[in-house]
Ligand binder design. Structure first.
Ligand code: EPZ
Length: 419
């Protein structure tokens, strides 16, 4: 299995360009099922989650070409030959469940394996199914799959008990071709929801309120093809900001949307990390004086993003003083703490909170990526640690970070990938 070998890397410097957002491209790819016309998606990150979803779609008879050098996907769902997804492939990524809404809207049925849980939590889909049932669909679970059918979807008012990103996206995609008006109350407001809504409106959908907690969708008869450039990945951007802070470097981060980064910038500034807007889509991140311990709590947008929790824990573990992280979104998202402790971090987990006593330095050793963002956090700690760190199970990291070792190496990091 491939590994990353990371050596101490002080003072990362230079420019890094952020790729398209993994959590935006996955629902947008699913949304192309809503039309039989061709769609062109640009700024697509070449990630294993994306190629896995493309493979699932082509198994269903969708014409799809992923031009990786151009980071572009040409896709045309003229004929959808089957409405069930292969267990093996669907199990590889949670994003596969996002094809349920579009299949229901377009084909009036779908048969999708329940997305497995993953290290960070059980990942239920009850809110997705609550939305589909409200629109008139019949759902039944058998042999680990959800089979869903509907004669005619009819708009309705749907209250989400939790502002679930995936449920908001799936319900939106089911509602765009339903009869009448659908209102999603307590909807997720993440930037990726806005990007999906922008793409759906380019296809002819009638949506308003995206980015707020109430989204209204008025069903239309048909959707047409569209072209779209995926928004930049705000979590990749945040990860590189931490790379600048933890190595006391000075990095120019290009292709960012400042609005999407507000909660991350707020917490970096509390920790005394300096950021400066150099151009419309370029941010400079650097440090001048001692960094400060902070408390942070992960919340749905516009709160602090749960996906930035592990990278931030790496930074806080080497800032003198006591920091507290509270994880309110997923029930088991502190797995990286154990790996950081092996590098010398002083972290005490008390149910949903991690109490971190910053240490002078971490020391390199063998560690294992337990999930996507935990793996990214381990790379960050390894950059600051004394000695070499060997990170295994890096397939987790490559699900969500395009060329992370190349981008870091260009900034002066001592990192290489070995088989
Ligand atoms: C999306 O997952 C992202 N994935 C996650 O990113 C991200 O951490 C998460 O949103 C929160 O921002 C993609 O977009 C592909 P949720 P999703 O539904 O949609 C509970 C990464 O690292 N819930 O908002 O699955 C659930 O258990 C990944 O890029 C229900 O109870 O997240 C969790 O506690 C990790 N019932 C909470 O809501 C449901 O039906 C948030 O889940 C759905 C969710």
């Amino acid at each position: 299995m491939a590994k990353f070998i990371v050596g101490t890397s002080k003072g990362l410097k230079g420019n890094v360009a952020i790729s398209g957002s993994k959590n935006a491209i996955l629902p947008i790819l699913a949304a192309t099922l809503l039309t039989e016309e061709e769609c062109v998606i640009k700024s697509v990150p070449v990630l294993s989650d994306v190629t896995a979803l493309c493979s699932m779609l082509s198994d269903m008879g969708i014409d799809i070409v992923f031009q990786k050098e151009q980071e572009a996907i040409w896709i045309k769902a003229k004929n959808i030959l089957k409405t069930e997804a292969d267990y093996e492939k669907a199990g590889k990524l949670r994003g596969s469940f996002l094809i349920m809404g579009p299949l229901l809207a377009r084909c009036k049925e779908a048969n999708i394996p329940l997305p497995g849980g993953c290290p960070i939590g059980s990942r239920p889909v009850d809110l997705h199914l609550k939305g589909f049932s409200a629109l008139g669909a019949k759902t039944q679970q058998a042999h680990g799959s959800i089979h869903i059918t509907a004669k005619q979807l009819k708009g309705d008012k749907i209250y989400l008990d939790f502002p679930s990103v995936g449920a908001t996206e799936n319900i939106m995609m089911a509602a765009v071709l339903a009869k009448g008006v659908t209102t999603i109350v307590n909807a997720a407001a993440e930037p990726e929801i806005i990007d999906l809504a922008v793409f759906l409106k380019k296809m002819g959908a009638d949506i308003s309120g995206e980015g707020t907690d109430t989204i209204t969708i008025t069903g239309v008869k048909k959707l047409h093809g569209a072209e779209h450039t995926v928004m930049p990945d705000r979590i990749e951007a945040g990860t590189f900001m931490i790379a600048a802070a933890i190595t006391k470097g000075d990095i120019m981060i290009e292709n960012v949307v400042e609005r999407d980064l507000k909660p991350i910038l707020a917490k970096l500034s509390e920790a005394n990390v300096k950021t400066e807007k150099i151009a419309e889509k370029t941010l400079r991140v650097y440090t001048t004086a001692k960094l400060q311990p902070i408390s942070l709590k992960t919340m749905p947008f516009p709160g602090f993003p749960t996906d930035m929790q592990a990278p931030f824990m790496s930074l806080l573990s080497v800032i003198k003083g006591t920091s507290v992280i509270t994880e309110t979104v997923f029930e088991n998202r502190f797995l990286h703490a154990g790996e950081l402790q092996r590098m010398g971090a002083k972290i005490n987990i008390e149910s949903r909170s991690a109490i971190i006593e910053g240490v002078e330095k971490l020391t390199g050793t063998q560690v294992k990526a337990t999930d996507l963002r935990a793996g990214a956090g381990l790379i960050l700690s390894a950059l600051a640690a004394e000695g070499k760190t060997e990170i295994s199970d890096i397939y987790h990291i490559e699900r969500g970070y395009y060329h992370i070792e190349k981008k870091l190496k260009k900034l002066g990091a001592d990192i290489c990938k070995v088989q």
